[in-house]
Design a protein around this ligand. Structure first.
Ligand code: ATP
Length: 631
């Protein structure tokens, strides 16, 4: 697929406000992508690599501006591009403003007809991502310049946004998921209905339930498409098809792969996808809930301590041709090197292939848990790992088992020789396997059926220094990435908010070299809306650290104010949440205060506006937020 054709559709998507049309345009793009389906699907989401792969392009806004300036010709400097950015507010618009077309005429074939393909863009971006060491930054700028040099305005807009991972076209993961189902599975038989949206393989003919591929036309046996166009439901796939795409995405975390499987192997290919060692899945998440909620909804409740640490997924296949152990964070970043004692602990004890889910906690000399901030001193550390290992001791509490080779020969229990994918097994069975494979770290899971019993376990957990309890449905499957009602969390502490920094202001006086005030935003659909500014609760050291973290993400600066790409997540406390016209969210935090950086979270994980609305409604204060269900 030519990059120009991709960019043209991206422009249509940006111009299209209606969701239904958006899905149809995306579906059409996926069909048109041909051999480049995987790349096109990832590019739509602003990605070069699948979500489970933690490689990044690592191109900062400054390098992107430099490449644009060079492609724009000798009279344009990176400062000019920056000035234009301050006016236009967005890198895509800036890139489209410059006329690279003149350069294009001079490029390779001299006749202006050297169209970029999306495969070429993908190859170049991957090469650029792999560049490391001395001079790599300038090699990246060279490679980007080479691409911009061949772009028309629409291509330049798309390329600039892609490089910085900000597509801004209103296409979220849900849209791509629906579009995959509609592009490649819309014609699959939905056995649940005998309605007019009949299937391609419907044998009947001559009836009103005519098949999609019915050759007849202009007759009453109209095709499904025509029928459904009228009610705005063109190409809707069956519920089963959407569910199959969703599940395959949960298991693979790779939209490109899932799109290709849907096209080439249909529902069967999607259903055959399994969790794989070395390919992390998203963590299953919890909502807030009370003991009474849990007893009422589950009957029997599986109760565990809520460990106050950082989430980790362990992938390990023992043996000479094995894998790992490798450890992945909640965002599927590889954090193995930061936690050597956990790697040793697992390697010494586990003798079958496994994928485990758990929490890393910092402990004191007696083995009692330390506050969460202590773990973060270890979690993503790249330097001084040995020194920090001495300073902060970590251990793992495993609470789930997603894959295991169960019997002594390392094969699965079903005798097919392969480890078992346990995602669809009930929690109780998964926990049994966990106890089999790593009893030393398996969380204590107790199944009870009354509120008092839950409360007794909760008191004991708090007494031991844990954060609260998790209440789980013992019959539930493991649904990666899902924040459903199968897992409820209960903790007595005052609730804080996790918000992403979208702006900052330079400090004053002694702190003039540092950022001093941070504009925070919460999630609203696919975007972010501001909710307040935090300037208190920070030490000079923390300000310096935040300045260093945020500087690479500055996208525009005017006077003392900076606009910042949503990347860095802060945990903030507050006294109250009020409705307010000051911020786009419609709410404002009263007396916001900095609690810490949530290194384990990315912008997508911050709190949603719905949760803010509920907190505001319930009033702040110690949150027994049993009624909050949006977390
Ligand atoms: N026994 C346990 N089972 C599942 N998750 C646990 C357990 N103990 C601790 N946790 C942690 O609690 C988290 C579940 O809470 P939630 O899904 O709301 O994540 P969160 O937004 O990080 O919440 P919080 O800030 O309250 O930890 C999990 O992501 C995990 O890191």
């Amino acid at each position: 697929m030519e990059f120009a054709a991709f960019a043209e559709r991206v422009e249509r998507l940006e111009a299209e406000p209606a969701d239904l049309e958006t899905t149809a345009i995306v579906a059409d793009l996926l069909v048109a992508a041909g051999d480049d389906l995987e790349t096109a699907t990832r590019f739509l989401l602003g990605r070069t690599y699948p979500a489970h792969d933690d490689r990044t392009l690592d191109v900062g806004p400054a390098s992107c501006r430099e490449a644009i300036a060079r492609a724009a010709g000798p009279n344009v400097t990176a400062d000019d591009v920056e000035a234009r950015l301050a006016e236009r507010g967005e890198i895509g618009a800036v890139a489209a403003d410059f006329d690279f077309g003149g350069q294009r005429g001079l490029s390779a074939f001299g006749d202006g007809s050297d169209p970029l393909s999306i495969a070429e863009v993908d190859d170049t971006l991957r090469e650029l991502a792999a560049a490391a060491g001395e001079g790599s930054e300038s090699r990246k700028v060279d490679a980007l310049f080479g691409l911009f040099n061949r772009c028309d305005p629409a291509e330049a807009r798309t390329l600039a946004r892609l490089v910085l991972g900000e597509m801004r076209i209103g296409v979220g993961e849900g849209t791509v998921r629906d579009a995959v189902a509609e592009a490649f599975l819309a014609a699959v038989d939905d056995e649940s209905d005998g309605s007019e949206e009949a299937a391609v393989d419907d044998e009947s003919d001559g009836s009103e339930e005519a098949a999609v591929d019915d050759e007849s036309d202009g007759s009453e046996e109209a095709a499904v498409d025509d029928e459904s166009d009228e009610n705005g439901d063109a190409n809707r796939a069956s519920d089963g098809a959407y569910a199959a795409v969703e599940r395959a995405l949960q298991v693979t975390n790779d939209y490109g792969r899932v799109a290709r499987l849907a096209r080439e192997e249909g529902m069967e290919g999607l259903d055959a996808e399994r969790i794989r060692i070395g390919r992390p899945v998203q963590a299953m998440l919890a909502q807030a809930g009370s003991a009474a909620d849990a007893v009422e909804s589950f009957g029997e409740v599986a109760v565990e301590a809520k460990f106050d640490g950082a989430r980790v997924q362990v992938h390990y296949a023992p043996g000479p041709d094995g894998f790992g152990p490798r450890l992945y964070s909640r965002n599927m970043d590889d954090v193995t090197d930061a936690l050597p004692e956990i790697v040793e602990f697992v390697a010494d004890r586990v003798d079958v292939p496994v994928v485990l889910d758990g929490e890393i906690v910092a402990v004191d000399d007696d083995g009692s848990p330390l506050p969460f901030q202590e773990v973060l001193r270890r979690f993503r550390r790249k330097h001084d790992v040995d020194r920090m290992r001495e300073a902060v001791t970590c251990r793992i509490h495993a609470f789930d088992c997603l894959l295991a080779g169960g019997d002594s020969d390392g094969g699965g229990e079903d005798g097919d020789g392969a480890p078992d994918d346990l995602l669809r097994e009930p929690l109780r069975a998964r926990h049994d396997r966990l106890v089999d494979v790593l009893p030393e770290a398996a969380a204590d899971l107790r199944v009870v059926d009354d509120v008092e019993a839950v409360e007794r376990i909760e008191s004991a957990a708090l007494e031991e220094g844990h954060e609260g309890v998790m209440l789980k449905d013992p019959t539930s499957a493991y649904t990666p990435g899902d924040r459903g009602r199968d897992w409820l969390k209960r903790k007595p502490d005052v609730e804080t908010l996790d918000a992403v920094v979208v702006g900052a202001e330079w400090g004053e006086g002694r702190r003039a070299e540092l950022f001093g005030t941070f504009l925070l935003a919460v999630r609203d659909g696919d975007g972010y809306e501001p909710i307040g500014k935090v300037a208190t609760g920070l030490t000079d050291e923390e300000l310096a650290d935040l300045t260093e973290r945020l500087e690479p993400h500055v996208v525009a600066e005017s006077g003392t104010e900076l606009r910042i790409r949503p990347e860095v997540v802060l945990e903030v406390g507050y006294e109250e949440i009020q409705t307010s016209p000051t911020y786009g969210s419609g709410y404002a935090l009263r007396f916001p205060r900095f609690v810490g950086v949530r290194e384990d979270k990315s912008a997508e994980d911050v709190d949603a506006l719905e949760r803010v609305a509920r907190l505001a409604e319930n009033g702040a204060g110690p949150a027994d937020d049993a009624s909050l269900d949006s977390r």
